[in-house]
Design a protein around this ligand. Structure first.
Ligand SMILES: C[S@@+](CC[C@H](N)C(=O)[O-])C[C@H]1O[C@@H](n2cnc3c(N)ncnc32)[C@H](O)[C@@H]1O
Length: 238
């Protein structure tokens, strides 16, 4: 997997904390959203010594921007973010009026604790839930999301089936719901197309992530990132 990009322009107010060994461990990044009439900033806590769940990955920045640009869709609806990590898209969804549940691997309590701190820091009232893909804990049966978000959750092929199993379950639980994901397209869409077919899903929108990014936010990002909207394929249900 590619290294997280620590140089994106929207990290403009970093606060560093040093470990006893003098290494930088914890930092915050500020992410701005502004349409001229309305604006807000989201503060994200990142831990440079941790893996995966405690960085803001480029997919997360793109998905958060997509949520902001599509904000009229998010007002008053139920949103779940899967593999949320530092949770930027979910927090933006909450800022624009969605009722948000942030989730990550049940076995990563440090990631879940970081999410709670971020909700406090950003004055949003999201639920935080340990939800491991492919695991059917009681809590998942109560979730009825209108929109499921997932940033950079398609990165380890061995986990794809578990992720798609969870996504399919959630889509079936909430009619007309949609999974919106941003992912690195490293080896073409064949595997994702195969998995959508296997799980009875279809892609209704596929765009280049950079096509929606303002120049100032795109300049520090790299990679071939796609944004996809995926729904249940009704033709396969009948
Ligand atoms: C590459 S990180 C992306 C984090 C965040 N969405 C972002 O884009 O900044 C992948 C995330 O998926 C979570 N994850 C990995 N395997 C998981 C699983 N089996 N169930 C639930 N979450 C998982 C990790 O803890 C991590 O937060």
């Amino acid at each position: 997997m590619e290294e997280p990009n620590q140089e994106h322009d929207d990290i403009d107010a970093a606060v560093a904390v040093k470990s006893p060994a003098g290494e930088q461990m914890v930092t915050t990044s500020q992410h701005h959203f502004d349409d001229g009439d309305n604006s807000f900033s989201v503060t994200i806590i990142e831990n440079m010594k941790e893996e995966y769940g405690l960085f803001v990955w480029p997919c997360s920045i793109m998905l958060a921007e997509y949520v902001w640009q599509q904000r009229s869709r998010f007002s008053g609806i139920n949103v779940i973010e899967l593999g949320a990590g530092t949770s930027l898209p979910g927090i933006v969804a909450a800022k624009v009026g969605a009722d948000v549940t942030l989730t990550d691997d049940f076995n990563r309590p440090e990631v879940l604790a970081n999410m709670r701190r971020e909700c406090d820091l950003n004055n949003v009232n999201c639920k935080v839930l340990g939800l491991t893909w492919g695991v059917w804990d009681e809590a998942i049966f109560t979730l009825c999301p209108n929109i499921i978000l997932g940033a950079d959750v398609l990165y380890e092929t061995s986990a794809f089936d578990d992720l798609f199993a969870t996504v399919t379950f959630l889509l079936q639980n909430s009619p007309s719901s949609v999974f919106i994901t941003a992912y690195h397209n490293r080896s073409g869409h064949h595997l994702i197309e195969f998995l959508m077919f296997k799980w009875g899903l279809k892609c209704v929108k596929l765009i280049d992530g950079f096509s929606i990014m303002p120049v100032d936010k795109a300049s520090g990002l790299s990679g071939n990132i796609q944004l996809a909207e995926i729904i249940l394929d009704d033709d396969k249900l009948s």
